[in-house]
Design a protein. Structure first.
Length: 292
């Protein structure tokens, strides 16, 4: 299998969606997936775990997961006490603004998350009500669709991002963000992260984790929802998307940098995952949806 690519309307005049107070179950939750839009996930209660990038962390009341576009992630709800959460999806161009003479950006928290590879923040109890009010107001506006509702939602989104940036950009990293992966499995993921553009054998990864290949394959699929080959291919494709948008390098050079053995292999894999060729993505792709 390959990760689900959650799609949104690329030419929408109002690139925003909200899934409000949804109680997750293993049957309802998407498997490991990626998408171009940015996402905020706020947790009201319940328990579960969240696989994001190369870590698995606990989910609990007051948690906020900040997910830049093209971040591999997958929520794993507890069967007995499933998570209830609200997810907001938006194209970052929606909140881009003209230069007002300061360095503020509504996307600063996303930039920090990507830079530090830390995607989970804890909202203190006094501020949880404020965040929940913003989410409810956006949900109500999207339901009622009264005159000016899109403007109202945009203002609420901007105020939410402003509030989060003010309170969390300088938030210290605490013990509550410790990766709950077994040390051997984290070593395997770290090895993949460092070497995924080169040839990696199953034997070398099993040796890195000091486990058998069968045990590694079974646990990897259980933890991430993907087999190792598909996970590595996903990492390569996400790097390729980034290079196609942010650089002028030719496609052959990008294919080589991402570790593909040939240009035809790169084209086949890219189209399998993204739905269009690398050249089409560069020409018509989601410019402005990646952090600069």
């Amino acid at each position: 299998m390959k990760p689900v690519r959650k799609s949104f309307e690329p030419k929408s005049l109002f690139p925003f969606q909200i899934v409000y107070q949804d109680t997750k179950t293993p049957q309802k939750e998407l498997p490991i997936h990626i998408h171009d839009w940015f996402e905020l996930v706020y947790v009201y209660g319940g328990s579960g775990t969240f696989f994001v990038d190369n870590s698995i962390q606990e989910m609990k009341k007051g948690d906020l997961f900040v997910l830049p576009g093209n971040t591999i992630h997958h929520a794993i709800p507890d069967k007995e006490n499933p998570i209830t959460s609200t997810a907001i999806f938006f194209n970052p161009v929606l909140v881009q603004h003209r230069n007002l003479g300061d360095a503020f950006s509504f996307l600063e928290l996303f930039e920090k998350s990507l830079r530090l590879r830390n995607y989970r923040y804890s909202i203190l109890e006094p501020q949880q009500t404020e965040v929940e009010d913003f989410l409810k107001d956006m949900h109500d506006e999207m339901l009622k669709k009264e005159v000016g509702f899109k403007h109202s939602v945009l203002l609420q989104l901007q105020m939410l991002l402003l509030t989060l940036n003010r309170s969390m950009v300088n938030q210290d990293e605490g013990d509550e963000r410790i990766n709950i992966l077994p040390n051997w499995f984290k070593d395997v993921l770290d090895h993949i992260e460092t070497h995924y553009t080169h040839e990696i054998s199953l034997d070398s990864l099993a040796s890195c984790g000091n486990v058998s290949t069968a045990h590694l394959s079974r646990v990897f699929k259980q933890m991430t929802g993907l087999n190792i080959t598909e996970y590595i291919a996903t990492k390569k494709i996400l790097l390729a998307k980034d290079l196609l948008i942010k650089t002028d390098e030719n496609i052959a050079s990008i294919a080589e940098q991402c570790g593909f053995e040939s240009i035809p292999h790169f084209y086949r894999t890219f189209k399998k995952f993204i739905g269009i060729t690398p050249a089409s993505y560069r020409k018509h792709g989601n410019v402005g949806q990646l952090l600069n």
